[in-house]
Design a protein around this ligand. Structure first.
Ligand SMILES: [Zn+2]
Length: 122
């Protein structure tokens, strides 16, 4: 049994999910050649190493998400946790200075927040 870390539901049995396949980007239809389309549609790397895959949580949240999995050991690397937003920029630190009346203010009156780029606070 393989436990797959769904970012919305948490770890779930592999039978609750569907492995869609290797994750790769779609070429621009206006500029792609026949060979690029053929490669996009039919060719996969299939390494015995780390691979970014697309999964579908068919028995839970019914969401598509990407995971990095070692195809030789079935180990997941940096899996998203429930509550994480998928596909957003990493955390950044914002110093709002000393003028704000913010929770978490420093002793000197300034405040530093670790904030997601979508506006949610950690
Ligand atoms: Zn799920």
């Amino acid at each position: 049994m393989l436990l797959v870390p769904c970012p919305h539901c948490g770890p779930r049995n592999q039978s609750d999910l569907r492995l869609v396949g290797e994750s790769h980007s779609r070429p621009d239809p206006n500029t792609a050649t026949r060979e690029e389309w053929g490669s996009y549609l039919y060719l996969r790397d299939n390494p015995a190493d780390w691979l970014t895959e697309t999964w579908y949580c068919r028995a839970g949240c019914r969401q598509f998400f990407k995971l990095e999995r070692n195809t030789a050991t079935n180990e997941f690397r940096n899996p998203p946790m429930p509550g994480d937003k998928i596909g957003i920029a990493p955390y950044t630190t914002i110093d709002v200075g000393s003028s704000g009346n913010q929770a978490g203010a420093n002793v000197d009156g300034g405040a530093t927040f670790t904030r997601r780029m979508d506006g949610g606070e950690k």
